[in-house]
Ligand binder design. Structure first.
Ligand SMILES: [Zn+2]
Length: 253
């Protein structure tokens, strides 16, 4: 670590739980964010600031004016450009010691394994259930930990899914896909601007803890947040032997 890095990461280096060894682990880590939207914005900004060595961004959208109410990676002048390019510019401007890899593609069954397989840890901030279930299946198949956050209107939830370490996967906890009505996107249902800031920052925190080994992650627990009443609770969640994705009865993978 050179003098510039010693100064840049000084507040990490003096933390007992991170220190030099933890900062070196962050530098070596390869983290993929699926989605560069409301959740991906604070997530990626904090991970770049923290010195995570390689950040992947998968998103095939362009920046629109209605994104700017919550997607703090982007500026008014970003509107019309691709999200991955605007995100990369913002992250490199924040920390040019971080390598940013862009995937301007929608994750589907044909490319998921190829894209996710290049990373140590996957973060899901996607906005639809088809992608969520596909990402979970792919992470289980590849043995990758998954930090999955979700938001709707005034509510947020977050967990770390690591079935290869004995914890549940996403499908253990949410075996049934919600009805179409209950799965409205932000565009359809609305979302308060600061909410993804809270949940996306929590996602960054779980990533930093997972990589450095600090404290206890949300693996095996589900965090639920109600912004309207400023209430949060954490539920214990368990791996299911009959899970169709990670359980003993799941098809051989
Ligand atoms: Zn499972």
């Amino acid at each position: 670590m050179n003098d510039t890095d010693l100064e840049r990461y000084a507040r990490h280096l003096i933390l007992r739980e991170i220190g030099g060894p933890g900062q070196a682990k962050l530098r070596k880590a390869r983290v993929l964010s699926i989605g560069a939207g409301g959740l991906g914005s604070p997530l990626l900004l904090y991970l770049a600031a923290a010195g995570v060595g390689t950040l992947g961004i998968a998103d095939d959208d362009a920046v629109s004016l209605s994104n700017l109410q919550r997607q703090v990676l982007f500026k008014t002048q970003s509107v019309g450009g691709t999200k991955v390019d605007a995100a990369k510019n913002a992250l490199v401007a924040l920390n040019d010691g971080v390598s940013v890899e862009t995937h301007a593609r929608r994750i589907d069954s044909g490319n998921a394994e190829e894209i996710l397989g290049g990373y140590d840890l996957v973060c899901d901030g996607s906005d639809n259930f088809d992608t969520r279930y596909l990402i979970n299946q792919t992470c289980v198949r590849l043995g990758l930990p998954l930090v999955a956050g979700a938001i709707g209107q005034w509510d947020g939830q977050l967990s770390v899914y690591a079935p290869h370490q004995g914890a549940p996967c996403y499908a253990c906890v949410f075996p049934e896909r919600p009805e179409a009505d209950a799965a409205a996107t932000c565009a359809e249902a609305g979302v308060v601007g600061a909410l993804p800031g809270i949940v996306g920052s929590m996602m960054a925190m779980e990533v930093i803890k997972h990589i450095t080994g600090a404290g206890e992650t949300l693996s095996g627990r589900l965090w639920l947040y109600d912004a309207l009443y400023a209430e949060a609770r954490t539920l214990k969640i368990a791996k299911r032997d009959d899970c169709g994705v990670c359980g003993q009865t799941a098809p051989a993978i």
